[in-house]
Ligand binder design. Structure first.
Ligand code: ACO
Length: 363
C-alpha cells in the first residue's frame, strides 16, 4: 500500500509533465525555460485552457477579457471587513473567492483567474490602513497586480519578475492541490469549488506554505557564516528545512533556477537584494551539504519555494502573503485540470483499508 499515493497514476493529462529524475517540467509542449520569462502569464493561462472551454477568447481578446474580469472582481473588495482582515491573507482571499458563482464556463474561469490578483493587494492595503486601488484592465496581469499593491507602475524588470513567477508556478502535474481540485471536479461540482479545494490544499507548509518560513530561516541565520550551525541545530531538533526536498524531484527543481535567474535580474538595479541573494546562496550550499550527510539515501535538493521567498520579498509582498501569490499563478492550472477532469475523467473514489475494531457480536 502506498499511503502517500506515490507512483499511483490517478489521471491522464495533456497539461503538464514533471520528470523528477531529470528535473524537467513541460507545460503543454514547452519546457519551463522556453516560457518562464518569455511568455506573459495571460498567454500561458490561455494555453492551458485551450481545448477545455467553449468560446475561449482568441489570443488578443483573452488578455482584455482577463482585464475586465479583474474589474469585476474589484466589486468583491467591498466585502473586505474586519473579519476578513483578522484572517491570514490566504484565508481571507479564500473566503472572498467563495462568493463567486460556482459555474463551469469561461466567464467563471476568468473571474476565478482574475480574483487573487485583485483581492490579495486589496487585503494587504486595507491591513495597512490604505484604500484598495482599482485595476487597470489595459495593463498586463502581473504589472496590474503590483500596481494595485504599491500604487506605482512597476518597471518592466519588476513586472517581468512577477510574470516569470506566475508562469513558473502555473501548473505542475498532479501535485496535492491540483489533485484536490480534480477530486472535487470529478464529482461534477463547479470551478469555484475546485479552486477553493486547491487553495485549501496549497496553504499547508508541506506544499505551498513553505516560503513564509524560509524568510524566518534567512532572518534567523542572518549572516552566511552562521548557516551551518543554524541548520545543524534545526535538524538536530527534528525540524525540516523549508525549501528543500520534493516528492517527485530527486534532483534540483527546475523552477528554482527559473526563479533564481529572475531574482538575479532584479538584483542588478537594487541595493538590498545582492546581500540577500548572497545569504540565500550560502544557506543553500550549506543546506545541501548537511542534508546529504543527514539523509544519504534520500536525495534532498532545493525546491521551488526557496527562491520564491526571495523573489516575493523583493517584490514587496509580506511573508504571510507568499502562498496567496503562489495561488494567483496556480489557479490557472487548477482551472485547466478541473475542466480536463470534468471532460475526460471519472468520479475519483479510491478505497481505504479498515484497521479499526470489528463490531461486538450480537448477544
Ligand atoms: N528537511 C529535512 N529533512 C527532510 C526534508 C527537509 N526539507 N524533506 C524530507 N526530509 C526527510 C524526512 O524527514 C524523511 O525522514 P525520515 O525518513 O527519517 O522520516 C525523509 O527525508 C523522507 O521524507 P518524506 O517525508 O518521505 O518525503 P516526501 O516526499 O513525503 O516529502 C516534502 C516531500 C513534503 C516536500 C518534504 O521534502 C518537506 O517537508 N520539505 C520541506 C517543506 C517544503 O519545502 N515544502 C514545499 C514543497 S514544494 C511544493 O509543494 C510547491
Amino acid at each position: 500500500m502506498s499511503m502517500g499515493l506515490e507512483n499511483v497514476v490517478a489521471a491522464e493529462t495533456r497539461l503538464s509533465s514533471v520528470d523528477g529524475a531529470n528535473g524537467v517540467l513541460v507545460i503543454k509542449g514547452y519546457a519551463l525555460d522556453q516560457i518562464a520569462g518569455h511568455k506573459p502569464f495571460e498567454e500561458v493561462a490561455r494555453l492551458l485552457f485551450t481545448g477545455l472551454f467553449d468560446d475561449l477568447p482568441d489570443a488578443g481578446a483573452f488578455a482584455a477579457r482577463l482585464g475586465r474580469a479583474r474589474e469585476e472582481a474589484f466589486a468583491l473588495v467591498q466585502r473586505i471587513d474586519d473579519g476578513i482582515l483578522a484572517l491570514p491573507p490566504m484565508d481571507g482571499m479564500r473566503a472572498l473567492i467563495a462568493r463567486i458563482h460556482d459555474g463551469e464556463d469561461i466567464d467563471t474561469a476568468l473571474r476565478l483567474l482574475a480574483a487573487p490578483a485583485v483581492l490579495l493587494p486589496a487585503i494587504l492595503r486595507r491591513r495597512r490602513g490604505l484604500s484598495p486601488l482599482p485595476p487597470r484592465p489595459g495593463q498586463g496581469h502581473a504589472a496590474d497586480m503590483l500596481h494595485m499593491l504599491t500604487g506605482k507602475m512597476p518597471s518592466p524588470e519588476v513586472a517581468g519578475a512577477l510574470d516569470t513567477y506566475l508562469v513558473t508556478v502555473a501548473d505542475h502535474g498532479l501535485n496535492a492541490s491540483t489533485f484536490a481540485a480534480r477530486v472535487v471536479a470529478s464529482t461534477w461540482s463547479g470551478l469555484t469549488s475546485s479552486v477553493l479545494a486547491g487553495l485549501a490544499a496549497l496553504k499547508g507548509p508541506l506544499h505551498g506554505g513553505a516560503p513564509g518560513p524560509i524568510i524566518a530561516m534567512l532572518d534567523g541565520i542572518g549572516r552566511p557564516d552562521n548557516a551551518e550551525a543554524w541548520i545543524e541545530a534545526a535538524l538536530a531538533r527534528g525540524d525540516r528545512l523549508m525549501g528543500f526536498g520534493h516528492r517527485i524531484y530527486k534532483v534540483r527543481d527546475p523552477r528554482a533556477d527559473a526563479l533564481k535567474a529572475a531574482v538575479r535580474r532584479m538584483s542588478e538595479g537594487s541595493n538590498v537584494l545582492p546581500g540577500r541573494l548572497m545569504l540565500a546562496e550560502a544557506v543553500e550550499a550549506a543546506a545541501l551539504r548537511i542534508l546529504q550527510a543527514h539523509k544519504p539515501d534520500r536525495p534532498l535538493d532545493v525546491n521551488v519555494e526557496f527562491y520564491t521567498a526571495l523573489l516575493l520579498e523583493a517584490l514587496g509582498f509580506p511573508p504571510d502573503a507568499f502562498t496567496a501569490v503562489f495561488a494567483t499563478g496556480r489557479t490557472a492550472g487548477w482551472l485547466a485540470h478541473a475542466r480536463e477532469q470534468r471532460l475526460t475523467g471519472r468520479l475519483i473514489r479510491p478505497q481505504s483499508a479498515y484497521v479499526g475494531p470489528e463490531p461486538a457480536e450480537a448477544a
